[in-house]
Design a protein around this ligand. Sequence first.
Ligand code: NAP
Length: 282
Amino acid sequence: MQTIVITGATSGIGYEAAAQLAEQGHRVVLVGRDQSRTHAAAARLQQRCGIADGSAQAPTYALADFSSLASVRALATELLERLPRIDVLVNNAGGVNSQRRLTIDGYEATFAVNHLAPFLLTALLRDRITAGGSARIVTTASAAHHKGTMELDDLGSENGYSIMAAYGRSKLANIMFTRSLARRLEGTEVTANCLHPGTVRTHIWSGAPWFARPVLAVAKLRMDSVPKGAGKITYLATSPEVAEVSGEYFDDNQVRYPSRSAQDDELGERLWNVSEQLVGLR
Ligand SMILES: NC(=O)c1ccc[n+]([C@@H]2O[C@H](COP(=O)([O-])OP(=O)(O)OC[C@H]3O[C@@H](n4cnc5c(N)ncnc54)[C@H](OP(=O)(O)O)[C@@H]3O)[C@@H](O)[C@H]2O)c1
Protein backbone atom coordinates (compact mmCIF):
# COMPACT_ATOMS: atom_id res chain seq x y z
CA MET A 1 0.00 0.00 0.00
CA GLN A 2 1.42 3.35 -1.10
CA THR A 3 0.68 6.78 0.32
CA ILE A 4 -0.52 9.05 -2.47
CA VAL A 5 -1.13 12.78 -2.09
CA ILE A 6 -3.37 14.23 -4.78
CA THR A 7 -4.29 17.88 -5.17
CA GLY A 8 -7.49 19.12 -6.78
CA ALA A 9 -9.13 15.99 -5.41
CA THR A 10 -12.58 17.42 -4.72
CA SER A 11 -13.89 17.01 -8.25
CA GLY A 12 -13.14 16.13 -11.85
CA ILE A 13 -10.20 13.98 -12.76
CA GLY A 14 -8.48 14.55 -9.40
CA TYR A 15 -11.31 13.00 -7.41
CA GLU A 16 -11.73 10.16 -9.87
CA ALA A 17 -7.98 9.42 -9.95
CA ALA A 18 -7.96 9.37 -6.14
CA ALA A 19 -10.81 6.84 -6.21
CA GLN A 20 -9.08 4.68 -8.83
CA LEU A 21 -5.88 4.70 -6.76
CA ALA A 22 -7.81 3.81 -3.60
CA GLU A 23 -9.46 0.98 -5.54
CA GLN A 24 -5.95 -0.30 -6.29
CA GLY A 25 -5.46 -0.51 -2.51
CA HIS A 26 -3.50 2.68 -1.87
CA ARG A 27 -3.97 5.17 0.92
CA VAL A 28 -4.92 8.51 -0.60
CA VAL A 29 -4.67 11.96 0.90
CA LEU A 30 -7.08 14.28 -0.85
CA VAL A 31 -6.10 17.93 -1.01
CA GLY A 32 -8.85 20.51 -1.51
CA ARG A 33 -9.42 24.16 -0.69
CA ASP A 34 -12.85 23.97 0.88
CA GLN A 35 -13.39 22.07 4.14
CA SER A 36 -16.90 20.76 3.46
CA ARG A 37 -16.25 19.84 -0.21
CA THR A 38 -13.00 18.06 0.67
CA HIS A 39 -14.48 16.23 3.65
CA ALA A 40 -17.43 15.16 1.49
CA ALA A 41 -15.10 13.95 -1.28
CA ALA A 42 -13.08 11.82 1.16
CA ALA A 43 -16.26 10.34 2.66
CA ARG A 44 -17.72 9.61 -0.80
CA LEU A 45 -14.51 7.96 -1.91
CA GLN A 46 -14.31 5.82 1.23
CA GLN A 47 -17.87 4.62 0.74
CA ARG A 48 -17.38 3.96 -2.97
CA CYS A 49 -14.23 1.91 -2.32
CA GLY A 50 -15.72 0.07 0.68
CA ILE A 51 -12.87 1.07 3.00
CA ALA A 52 -13.62 0.52 6.69
CA ASP A 53 -13.39 3.43 9.15
CA GLY A 54 -10.11 3.37 11.03
CA SER A 55 -8.41 1.04 8.54
CA ALA A 56 -4.85 1.90 7.53
CA GLN A 57 -6.12 2.53 4.02
CA ALA A 58 -8.83 4.99 5.05
CA PRO A 59 -8.59 8.16 2.95
CA THR A 60 -7.73 11.40 4.70
CA TYR A 61 -7.67 14.97 3.53
CA ALA A 62 -5.82 18.26 3.90
CA LEU A 63 -6.72 21.80 2.95
CA ALA A 64 -4.95 24.55 1.01
CA ASP A 65 -5.96 27.39 -1.24
CA PHE A 66 -3.43 27.37 -4.04
CA SER A 67 -3.94 31.06 -4.66
CA SER A 68 -2.01 31.71 -1.44
CA LEU A 69 1.62 30.70 -1.05
CA ALA A 70 1.23 30.85 2.74
CA SER A 71 -1.57 28.32 2.45
CA VAL A 72 0.64 26.03 0.33
CA ARG A 73 3.40 26.31 2.92
CA ALA A 74 0.96 25.43 5.71
CA LEU A 75 -0.22 22.42 3.70
CA ALA A 76 3.36 21.20 3.26
CA THR A 77 4.04 21.59 6.98
CA GLU A 78 0.90 19.60 7.82
CA LEU A 79 1.72 16.83 5.33
CA LEU A 80 5.29 16.56 6.64
CA GLU A 81 3.93 16.23 10.18
CA ARG A 82 1.36 13.62 9.21
CA LEU A 83 3.09 11.50 6.57
CA PRO A 84 6.33 9.66 7.34
CA ARG A 85 6.60 8.82 3.63
CA ILE A 86 5.03 10.00 0.39
CA ASP A 87 5.18 7.50 -2.46
CA VAL A 88 3.36 9.56 -5.04
CA LEU A 89 2.59 13.27 -5.27
CA VAL A 90 -0.01 14.16 -7.89
CA ASN A 91 -0.01 17.88 -8.71
CA ASN A 92 -3.44 18.14 -10.30
CA ALA A 93 -5.26 21.20 -8.91
CA GLY A 94 -5.78 23.86 -11.52
CA GLY A 95 -8.22 26.04 -13.32
CA VAL A 96 -8.89 28.95 -15.62
CA ASN A 97 -9.82 32.59 -15.07
CA SER A 98 -11.83 34.43 -17.68
CA GLN A 99 -10.65 37.79 -16.27
CA ARG A 100 -7.14 38.70 -15.13
CA ARG A 101 -7.02 38.62 -11.37
CA LEU A 102 -4.20 38.79 -8.83
CA THR A 103 -3.66 36.49 -5.90
CA ILE A 104 -3.08 37.66 -2.34
CA ASP A 105 0.64 37.43 -3.16
CA GLY A 106 0.18 39.77 -6.14
CA TYR A 107 0.65 37.16 -8.89
CA GLU A 108 -1.60 36.49 -11.87
CA ALA A 109 -3.97 33.83 -10.55
CA THR A 110 -3.75 31.22 -13.32
CA PHE A 111 0.04 31.17 -13.24
CA ALA A 112 0.05 31.20 -9.43
CA VAL A 113 -2.47 28.40 -8.88
CA ASN A 114 -1.47 26.16 -11.78
CA HIS A 115 2.31 26.59 -11.62
CA LEU A 116 3.70 28.45 -8.58
CA ALA A 117 1.65 26.51 -6.02
CA PRO A 118 2.65 23.00 -7.21
CA PHE A 119 6.21 24.26 -7.73
CA LEU A 120 6.39 25.34 -4.08
CA LEU A 121 4.55 22.31 -2.72
CA THR A 122 6.87 19.92 -4.56
CA ALA A 123 9.96 21.78 -3.36
CA LEU A 124 8.78 21.63 0.26
CA LEU A 125 7.92 17.91 0.06
CA ARG A 126 10.86 16.86 -2.08
CA ASP A 127 13.19 15.64 0.67
CA ARG A 128 10.38 13.53 2.19
CA ILE A 129 9.56 12.07 -1.23
CA THR A 130 13.16 11.21 -2.09
CA ALA A 131 13.88 9.85 1.40
CA GLY A 132 11.49 6.96 0.82
CA GLY A 133 13.44 5.52 -2.12
CA SER A 134 11.26 4.77 -5.10
CA ALA A 135 8.57 7.43 -5.64
CA ARG A 136 6.80 9.41 -8.34
CA ILE A 137 5.76 13.00 -8.94
CA VAL A 138 2.96 13.36 -11.49
CA THR A 139 1.71 16.71 -12.78
CA THR A 140 -1.45 17.32 -14.78
CA ALA A 141 -0.42 19.53 -17.68
CA SER A 142 -2.46 19.97 -20.88
CA ALA A 143 -2.26 19.99 -24.65
CA ALA A 144 -3.26 23.64 -24.20
CA HIS A 145 0.43 24.27 -23.52
CA HIS A 146 0.85 24.40 -27.30
CA LYS A 147 -0.92 27.78 -27.16
CA GLY A 148 1.31 29.02 -24.34
CA THR A 149 4.39 31.22 -24.51
CA MET A 150 6.86 31.83 -21.73
CA GLU A 151 7.71 35.53 -21.51
CA LEU A 152 9.69 35.61 -18.30
CA ASP A 153 9.45 39.39 -18.18
CA ASP A 154 5.62 39.28 -18.31
CA LEU A 155 4.57 36.24 -16.29
CA GLY A 156 1.74 38.34 -14.85
CA SER A 157 0.23 38.95 -18.31
CA GLU A 158 0.34 42.71 -17.74
CA ASN A 159 0.89 43.32 -21.44
CA GLY A 160 -2.43 41.73 -22.37
CA TYR A 161 -4.55 38.98 -20.88
CA SER A 162 -6.58 36.21 -22.40
CA ILE A 163 -7.96 33.16 -20.64
CA MET A 164 -6.30 30.70 -23.02
CA ALA A 165 -2.95 32.52 -23.19
CA ALA A 166 -2.74 32.52 -19.38
CA TYR A 167 -3.88 28.90 -19.12
CA GLY A 168 -1.56 27.79 -21.93
CA ARG A 169 1.40 29.49 -20.24
CA SER A 170 0.62 27.84 -16.91
CA LYS A 171 0.42 24.41 -18.55
CA LEU A 172 3.63 25.06 -20.49
CA ALA A 173 5.19 25.87 -17.11
CA ASN A 174 3.95 22.48 -15.79
CA ILE A 175 5.92 20.69 -18.51
CA MET A 176 9.06 22.82 -18.13
CA PHE A 177 8.87 22.25 -14.37
CA THR A 178 8.59 18.48 -14.87
CA ARG A 179 11.63 18.37 -17.16
CA SER A 180 13.74 20.56 -14.85
CA LEU A 181 12.63 18.57 -11.82
CA ALA A 182 13.48 15.25 -13.49
CA ARG A 183 17.01 16.51 -14.18
CA ARG A 184 17.37 17.42 -10.50
CA LEU A 185 16.09 13.97 -9.49
CA GLU A 186 18.59 12.09 -11.62
CA GLY A 187 20.47 9.61 -9.43
CA THR A 188 17.47 9.16 -7.12
CA GLU A 189 14.68 6.61 -7.45
CA VAL A 190 12.10 9.34 -7.91
CA THR A 191 10.56 10.06 -11.29
CA ALA A 192 8.73 13.17 -12.48
CA ASN A 193 6.32 13.05 -15.40
CA CYS A 194 3.37 15.06 -16.65
CA LEU A 195 0.37 14.39 -18.82
CA HIS A 196 -2.46 15.68 -20.93
CA PRO A 197 -5.60 13.96 -19.57
CA GLY A 198 -7.56 14.46 -22.78
CA THR A 199 -10.44 16.88 -23.22
CA VAL A 200 -12.53 15.79 -20.28
CA ARG A 201 -16.10 16.65 -19.20
CA THR A 202 -15.34 18.36 -15.84
CA HIS A 203 -16.19 21.57 -13.95
CA ILE A 204 -13.19 23.33 -15.47
CA TRP A 205 -15.30 24.36 -18.44
CA SER A 206 -17.64 26.36 -16.21
CA GLY A 207 -14.82 28.91 -15.97
CA ALA A 208 -15.13 29.68 -19.68
CA PRO A 209 -16.46 33.10 -20.70
CA TRP A 210 -20.23 33.35 -21.26
CA PHE A 211 -19.94 33.69 -25.05
CA ALA A 212 -18.14 30.34 -25.33
CA ARG A 213 -20.76 28.43 -23.33
CA PRO A 214 -23.22 27.49 -26.12
CA VAL A 215 -20.37 26.02 -28.18
CA LEU A 216 -18.99 24.27 -25.12
CA ALA A 217 -22.33 22.74 -24.25
CA VAL A 218 -22.29 20.96 -27.60
CA ALA A 219 -18.56 20.15 -27.42
CA LYS A 220 -19.03 18.59 -23.99
CA LEU A 221 -21.12 15.84 -25.53
CA ARG A 222 -18.02 14.61 -27.34
CA MET A 223 -15.53 15.07 -24.52
CA ASP A 224 -13.82 12.17 -22.75
CA SER A 225 -15.40 10.77 -19.62
CA VAL A 226 -13.91 11.68 -16.25
CA PRO A 227 -12.81 8.06 -15.51
CA LYS A 228 -11.00 7.92 -18.86
CA GLY A 229 -9.13 11.18 -18.17
CA ALA A 230 -8.37 10.18 -14.58
CA GLY A 231 -7.05 6.81 -15.74
CA LYS A 232 -4.13 8.64 -17.34
CA ILE A 233 -3.10 10.06 -13.95
CA THR A 234 -3.54 6.64 -12.36
CA TYR A 235 -1.34 5.10 -15.07
CA LEU A 236 1.55 7.50 -14.41
CA ALA A 237 1.10 7.22 -10.65
CA THR A 238 1.34 3.45 -10.34
CA SER A 239 1.84 1.53 -13.58
CA PRO A 240 5.01 -0.59 -13.54
CA GLU A 241 5.34 0.18 -17.28
CA VAL A 242 6.53 3.71 -16.49
CA ALA A 243 8.46 3.00 -13.29
CA GLU A 244 11.76 3.93 -14.92
CA VAL A 245 10.53 6.79 -17.13
CA SER A 246 11.18 10.37 -16.04
CA GLY A 247 11.00 13.89 -17.45
CA GLU A 248 8.37 13.03 -20.05
CA TYR A 249 5.07 14.45 -21.25
CA PHE A 250 2.38 11.78 -21.81
CA ASP A 251 -0.76 11.82 -23.90
CA ASP A 252 -2.93 8.70 -24.08
CA ASN A 253 -0.39 6.85 -21.90
CA GLN A 254 2.31 7.39 -24.54
CA VAL A 255 5.38 9.60 -24.37
CA ARG A 256 4.83 12.55 -26.72
CA TYR A 257 6.93 15.48 -27.80
CA PRO A 258 5.57 18.62 -26.15
CA SER A 259 5.82 21.97 -27.94
CA ARG A 260 9.16 23.36 -29.00
CA SER A 261 9.03 25.92 -26.17
CA ALA A 262 8.41 23.14 -23.66
CA GLN A 263 11.56 21.41 -24.90
CA ASP A 264 13.65 24.56 -24.45
CA ASP A 265 15.46 23.39 -21.32
CA GLU A 266 17.56 26.52 -21.05
CA LEU A 267 14.33 28.54 -20.83
CA GLY A 268 13.02 25.89 -18.43
CA GLU A 269 15.99 26.49 -16.13
CA ARG A 270 15.36 30.23 -16.23
CA LEU A 271 11.72 29.63 -15.37
CA TRP A 272 12.86 27.45 -12.46
CA ASN A 273 15.08 30.23 -11.11
CA VAL A 274 12.37 32.88 -11.48
CA SER A 275 9.82 30.56 -9.84
CA GLU A 276 12.16 30.01 -6.88
CA GLN A 277 12.35 33.76 -6.44
CA LEU A 278 8.59 34.27 -6.80
CA VAL A 279 7.72 31.63 -4.18
CA GLY A 280 10.41 32.84 -1.79
CA LEU A 281 12.76 29.86 -1.98
CA ARG A 282 15.70 32.16 -2.75
N1 NAP B 1 -10.86 18.81 -18.13
C1 NAP B 1 -10.00 18.88 -19.12
O1 NAP B 1 -10.37 18.75 -20.31
C2 NAP B 1 -8.55 19.13 -18.86
C3 NAP B 1 -7.66 19.10 -19.95
C4 NAP B 1 -6.32 19.31 -19.72
C5 NAP B 1 -5.85 19.51 -18.43
N2 NAP B 1 -6.73 19.56 -17.39
C6 NAP B 1 -6.19 19.80 -16.04
O2 NAP B 1 -6.73 18.84 -15.15
C7 NAP B 1 -6.63 19.33 -13.81
C8 NAP B 1 -7.93 19.05 -13.09
O3 NAP B 1 -8.98 19.77 -13.71
P1 NAP B 1 -10.43 19.17 -13.95
O4 NAP B 1 -10.66 19.18 -15.40
O5 NAP B 1 -10.62 17.93 -13.18
O6 NAP B 1 -11.33 20.37 -13.38
P2 NAP B 1 -12.19 20.53 -12.06
O7 NAP B 1 -13.25 19.52 -11.97
O8 NAP B 1 -12.58 21.98 -12.07
O9 NAP B 1 -11.16 20.26 -10.88
C9 NAP B 1 -10.19 21.21 -10.51
C10 NAP B 1 -9.68 20.89 -9.12
O10 NAP B 1 -8.70 21.87 -8.77
C11 NAP B 1 -9.10 22.50 -7.55
N3 NAP B 1 -8.68 23.89 -7.49
C12 NAP B 1 -8.94 24.87 -8.37
N4 NAP B 1 -8.46 26.03 -7.92
C13 NAP B 1 -7.89 25.79 -6.72
C14 NAP B 1 -7.24 26.59 -5.74
N5 NAP B 1 -7.10 27.92 -5.88
N6 NAP B 1 -6.76 25.98 -4.63
C15 NAP B 1 -6.92 24.66 -4.43
N7 NAP B 1 -7.54 23.86 -5.31
C16 NAP B 1 -8.03 24.41 -6.44
C17 NAP B 1 -10.62 22.40 -7.55
O11 NAP B 1 -11.12 22.58 -6.24
P3 NAP B 1 -12.63 23.09 -5.97
O12 NAP B 1 -13.50 21.85 -5.99
O13 NAP B 1 -12.54 23.72 -4.64
O14 NAP B 1 -12.99 24.05 -7.06
C18 NAP B 1 -10.80 20.99 -8.08
O15 NAP B 1 -10.58 20.04 -7.07
C19 NAP B 1 -6.28 20.82 -13.94
O16 NAP B 1 -4.91 20.99 -13.67
C20 NAP B 1 -6.55 21.13 -15.40
O17 NAP B 1 -5.75 22.18 -15.89
C21 NAP B 1 -8.07 19.37 -17.57
